[in-house]
Design a binder for this molecule. Structure first.
Ligand code: ADP
Length: 403
């Protein structure tokens, strides 16, 4: 790395058929450009690239992740499109990796040993870790001189105490198979808790609150003095509150019943709970809250009521395990944008010190506070920015290594 250059960091989020990317200049943390290649492996793969106020969307040849990343590299090496002069100007690549198990508690420089350990968690995150690893291998080919760093979705929750992460099942399943609550969306919960601390003029390690990440995936986290002490997602991202298409918590015996009495296979039950449940399953209309909000269909209303009710229950549960909290934070597509869902979740919580200001809630656009001025608990809406936190953590990992 040339120390006279401002450090450019590329953040990658590789899914099974897409690669999202964002290039940061870490001198001032500005985004130089970013975008997404979608439909990797299909003939109609496309790339959308955004730099400043400009954007382009074009078909690309992307048979696999390496080809997709090669296309991205061409855009990143074009200064007229927000990119840099030379590939070596990109000092590091930060990868979002979903599952780091109990091994990874912070951002980690990727070595072959680290890759092996990430692969060991493939069975725990079969939809996510394998494409994350493919992205790491592709990035090593396309940016051979950059330092590769993994930032784990599970890492923030590694501070959960034993009594919170253990399931009340035979202990040997934890000892032998590491079956326990891991939690996900850690980067988002951490980012918004840091930002909330900043808004409240506190240091992040004194922030106590509840963060609600409500997007297609949804999770709630209890944070005490900056550390995650409980979180709604579990061994997998299926546990917890209802989501777009995932059920969240159900009676585990329901799975036995569906198998024994209805003859469903394990794969079919997995599909039902992951892809056909949540807002989609209850409404029978859509997993997209915007669609449900735009109809008077009673099942669409019912889906929203169940969603809000179950989130309210988690907020109540976390209020009971935390000392008095500074703030309740909403983020994610739903948390950031749906004033109506926020109002639905927070109705009748005044006795707990959570008092929504309906006018502030309705008027808010972007980041801000929506509680009444004298309410004991501040209610904040904070747009999440996982990529920015991945860039920051990648930079810290690179600096640590250089020290
Ligand atoms: P992901 O978890 O895939 O990143 P997002 O965080 O983008 O998803 O959240 C997607 C959800 O946010 C969808 O249910 C969508 O309907 C909802 N959403 C986005 N914008 C709005 C809006 N203006 N009003 C209501 N819901 C919204």
């Amino acid at each position: 790395m040339n120390p006279t250059l401002p450090m450019q960091i590329l953040v990658l989020n590789c899914g099974s058929s897409s690669v999202k990317y964002q290039l940061y200049n870490m001198a001032d943390e500005t985004v130089l450009c970013g975008g997404v290649v979608e439909k990797i492996g299909q003939p109609d793969a496309t790339c959308t690239h955004i730099w400043g106020a400009q954007s382009l969307s074009e078909p690309v040849q992307a048979n696999d992740h390496t080809r997709a990343l090669a296309q991205i590299r061409d855009l990143l090496l074009n200064p007229n499109r927000g990119g840099v002069q030379h590939a070596d100007d990109i000092a590091a690549v930060g990868h979002r990796v979903v599952h780091g198990g109990e091994t990874f508690v912070s951002a980690t420089r990727i070595t072959t040993g680290v890759e092996r350990q990430i692969a060991a968690y493939n069975a725990l995150a079969p939809l996510h870790n394998p494409p994350n690893l493919t992205g790491i291998q592709a990035a090593r080919q396309c940016f051979p001189n950059a330092i590769q760093v993994a930032v784990f979705d599970t890492a923030f929750h590694q501070t959960l105490p034993e009594h919170a992460f253990l399931y009340p099942i035979p202990y040997a399943l934890y000892e032998k198979d590491r079956i326990r609550k891991y939690g996900f969306h850690g980067t988002s919960h951490r980012y918004v808790s840091h930002r909330a601390a900043e808004l409240l003029e506190k240091s992040p390690d004194t922030f106590t609150g509840i963060t609600c990440h409500l997007g297609n995936g949804c999770s709630i986290t209890a944070i005490q003095n900056g550390q995650s002490v409980d979180t709604s997602m579990g061994f997998t991202p299926l546990e917890g509150v209802p989501m777009g298409t995932r059920s969240g918590d159900v009676d585990p015996a329901l799975i036995l019943y569906l198998a024994d009495q209805k003859g469903l296979t394990i794969a079919e039950i997995g599909h039902l709970l992951n892809r056909e449940s949540g807002l989609l399953g209850l409404s029978g209309i859509s997993n997209d809250l915007r669609e449900l909000e735009s109809t008077t269909d009673p099942r669409a209303q019912l889906a929203q009521t169940v969603f809000a009710y179950r989130i309210r229950k988690y907020i109540g549960a976390y209020l009971s395990i935390l000392p008095p909290i500074d703030a309740l934070v909403f983020t994610g597509g739903i948390g950031e944008n749906s004033a109506s869902m926020r109002a639905h979740i927070l109705q009748d919580l005044n006795h707990l010190g959570i008092v929504l200001d309906p006018e502030r809630n309705r008027q808010l656009d972007g980041e801000g506070e929506i509680s009444t001025p004298n309410a004991p608990i501040r209610i904040l809406v904070i747009p999440t920015d996982e990529e920015r936190l991945i860039a920051r953590e990648t930079l810290s990992a690179v600096k640590e290594q250089n020290d």
